[in-house]
Design a protein around this ligand. Structure first.
Ligand SMILES: Cc1cc2nc3c(=O)[nH]c(=O)nc-3n(C[C@H](O)[C@H](O)[C@H](O)COP(=O)(O)OP(=O)(O)OC[C@H]3O[C@@H](n4cnc5c(N)ncnc54)[C@H](O)[C@@H]3O)c2cc1C
Ligand code: FES
Length: 366
């Protein structure tokens, strides 16, 4: 049974999901030498999430608050306990902290699960899923694979998964177990960029031709409805999208999740309105807060300086934790990678990447 996390809102009979939760670590599992899965006890009521969504962890490290997002690697339909899988990044503050210091019994503050790397999964679906994962990009895909195999008996999955070496394949045994259990519904191709001498499978970087040949089956006319999920390093995702496009796969059937955006040096933009300090109103949990956003600052930066408990995580336009709906005024948004076209059309903005462009700006944060 699944539950919704609701807390009473102070206005009328409307209800709102709690933004923050404290989760207790139940178990940690070392997946590879540099990757740790952290399973949490179920809170009361149970954690409500969709396969492919992520948690934002809020940690105190060296006296400073740090926030990072981590995809749930579990399925709410299959796994009794929610889990995240964290890969160490060379020089990375939080990923190394988690790998070294997370242990059963520790309590962690998180923001409720969010994310757009989601779909509907029900027993009538008859789909062929194509999945491209690179490194830790397998994390949300693992939760989705488990969900499809259990919820959609008529659907099949083709997984193309690139890792550095054999010992770095995250969830290697779990994937093999699923292949044994569902031999006709899960097809997996591992590709290693730096394989050891004993590796007999595919090697090299994942290029367009590999992706095209692996998925060419899925483009043949058939009664199945294709759907693609792509998650991994930026370059790999771009290659995958180009290859799928060349196979005639429409963009609407491809969902992708970025963990990190390489920032390009921004070009001066003559179209930007004159930089001015402007008043902004934020509606947060039903309450209005008016403050000034100094020239050059984002709405999130100014709101946090004002002491508002505005939700956020990546501060780079990817995770959508800071999403708000523009109720009035004009804004300039420098990064909208995390938002879907539908969300943009509906007027959603990312406060971490948005500056007010006139003095009428009012944003509702749900
Ligand atoms: C929606 C979402 C879901 C995510 N899910 C997962 C997950 O399931 N598992 C997981 O391990 N990570 C995941 N991440 C990435 C994670 O949030 C952190 O970015 C990552 O753990 C690095 O944090 P850090 O504090 O160790 O590195 P930092 O100390 O923040 O960064 C160290 C250096 O590495 C660069 N950098 C930061 N992140 C990356 C990156 N991902 N790739 C390359 N360079 C980077 C920084 O610019 C900096 O120079 C996810 C990110 C997002 C936005
Ligand atoms: S904080 Fe992640 S998109 Fe704004």
């Amino acid at each position: 049974m699944r539950f919704n996390l609701f807390k009473k809102k102070n206005t009328g009979s409307e209800k709102k999901e709690a933004t923050y939760l404290t989760l207790r670590i139940r178990e940690t599992v070392r997946e590879t030498p540099d990757t740790l899965t952290v399973y949490f006890e179920q809170p009361e009521p149970f954690l409500d999430y969709k396969p492919g969504q992520f948690l934002t962890l809020i940690l105190e490290i060296e006296g400073k608050q740090e926030r990072r997002s981590y995809s749930l690697c579990t399925s709410p339909f299959v796994d009794p306990f929610p889990g995240i899988t964290v890969k160490r990044l060379k020089g990375g503050l939080v990923s190394n902290h988690i790998n070294e210091h997370f242990h059963p019994g520790k309590r962690v503050t998180v923001m409720r699960p969010i994310g757009n790397f989601v779909s509907d999964y029900h027993s009538q679906n008859k789909r062929l899923y194509g999945m491209v994962a690179g490194g830790s990009g397998i994390t949300p895909i693992m939760g989705i694979i488990k969900t499809v195999l259990v919820n959609e008996p008529q659907s099949g999955i083709h997984l193309l998964y690139c890792s550095r070496s054999e010992e770095m394949i995250i969830f290697k045994d779990a994937i093999e177990n699923l292949q044994e259990k569902y031999p006709n519904r899960l097809r997996v191709w591992h590709q290693l960029s730096q394989p050891g001498p004993a590796w007999g499978g595919a090697c090299g970087r994942m290029d367009k031709e590999t992706i095209k040949s692996f998925f060419s089956d899925l483009t043949q006319p058939r009664e199945f409805d294709p759907k693609f999920f792509v998650c991994g390093p930026e370059g790999m995702m771009a290659t995958a999208k180009t290859a799928l496009g060349e196979l005639g796969i429409s963009e609407q059937t491809i969902l992708s999740e970025s963990f990190y955006l390489e920032k390009e040096a921004s070009e001066p933009n003559d179209d930007l309105p004159e930089l001015l300090s402007r008043p902004v109103t934020i509606v947060l949990e039903g309450e209005e807060h008016a403050f000034e956003v100094e020239a050059g600052k984002t709405i999130l930066e100014a709101g946090l300086e004002e002491g508002l408990d505005m939700p956020y995580s990546c501060q780079s336009g990817l995770c959508t934790a800071c999403r708000g709906k523009l109720l009035s005024g004009e804004v300039s948004m420098s990064e909208d990678a995390g938002l879907s076209e539908k969300e943009i059309a509906e007027g959603f903005i990312l406060c971490c990447s948005t500056k007010p462009a006139n003095s009428e700006v009012k944003v509702n944060i749900e």
